[in-house]
Ligand binder design. Structure first.
Ligand SMILES: NC(=O)c1ccc[n+]([C@@H]2O[C@H](COP(=O)([O-])OP(=O)(O)OC[C@H]3O[C@@H](n4cnc5c(N)ncnc54)[C@H](OP(=O)(O)O)[C@@H]3O)[C@@H](O)[C@H]2O)c1
Length: 253
């Protein structure tokens, strides 16, 4: 018996990285997963792996910075399944030209739109479904950059992820009486495609020492399977050999 048997879960940013690992982990635990990203191809690859393992996946591509596309996916979930038990709002991005010297208005729009506005659209679209059914759990992938102010991730990303953390906490404040729980999930560095946008390339050893997508999927599954009376408001998950700490100790990375 799976820990998510009979549950409906929507995972965004599910074509790669943390989202792909979470969708596969959820499906292996019996959830029916709806998976979203902009590109259909990586989503189909994830769905193929889920189906090959005996699971159930529905591919629903969308650009989550467009409110109408978000509403279409959420409306489809309500019509098709009549409920949504778990939302993993995980889509996000960063850009190479992230520092103040190179940041452009288009870059600002991309960072705020792709990390914060999109998360708002998704939360706003699923809340009516969860209210109607009397509960549900949301996991918002923010970042340690949503808690610690620093320049490495860039000011737009840091500001957007602080916004995601704040947004998640307000959901608990407003929706606890409806049985809705929200977690701000703050990972440190995770070995995924987003790191290809780092201005300074990382070594294989550095990538190997980071969190891996499966580590995040395990944590997200834990949060998703907590009993309905328990809210995990915020989670920090970081690599033990945390490069920020190691640097501060003056030890060679
Ligand atoms: N890796 C890290 O070190 C790290 C640390 C802290 C937090 N995070 C956060 O973790 C989350 C997952 O990222 P990841 O590390 O797994 O990197 P990733 O592999 O690049 O995954 C991000 C996913 O988001 C999707 N996405 C981006 N913009 C979208 C949009 N407008 N609409 C729909 N989907 C969109 C991308 O797919 P498409 O391009 O096909 O749309 C991609 O599959 C992000 O929110 C990221 O900010 C990552």
């Amino acid at each position: 018996m799976g820990r998510l048997d009979g549950r409906i879960a929507w995972v965004t940013g599910a074509g790669t990285g943390i989202g792909a690992a979470t969708a596969e982990r959820f499906a292996a635990e019996g959830a029916t997963v709806v998976i979203t990203g902009r590109r259909r191809e990586p989503l189909e690859a994830v769905a193929d792996r889920i189906r090959a393992a005996g699971g159930t996946a529905h591919v629903r591509p969308a650009d989550l910075t467009k409110a109408a596309q978000v509403a279409e996916v959420a409306g489809g979930i309500a019509r098709e399944f009549g409920r949504l038990d778990v939302l993993v709002s995980n889509a996000g991005l960063n850009i190479v030209e992230r520092d103040w010297k190179r940041l452009s208005p288009a870059g600002i729009d991309e960072l705020i739109g792709g990390n914060l506005t999109s998360a708002f659209y998704v939360a706003q679209a699923v809340l009516p479904i969860m209210r109607e059914q009397g509960g549900g759990v949301m996991i918002h992938t923010a970042s340690m950059a949503g808690r610690n102010i620093g320049l490495m991730s860039g000011p737009g990303y840091v500001a957007a992820k602080h916004g995601v953390v704040a947004m998640s906490h307000t959901i608990n404040q407003a929706e606890c009486i409806n049985g809705i729980r929200s977690t701000a999930f703050c990972p440190g560095e995770v070995n995924t495609e987003i790191l290809k946008k780092r201005p300074n390339p990382l070594s294989q050893q550095e990538l190997d020492e980071m969190l891996q997508p499966a580590d995040c999927a395990d944590m997200i599954l834990y949060v998703a399977t907590l009993p309905p009376h328990v809210t995990m408001n915020e989670v920090w998950l970081t690599p033990t050999r945390n490069r920020g700490y190691v640097r501060a100790l003056g030890v060679k990375l």
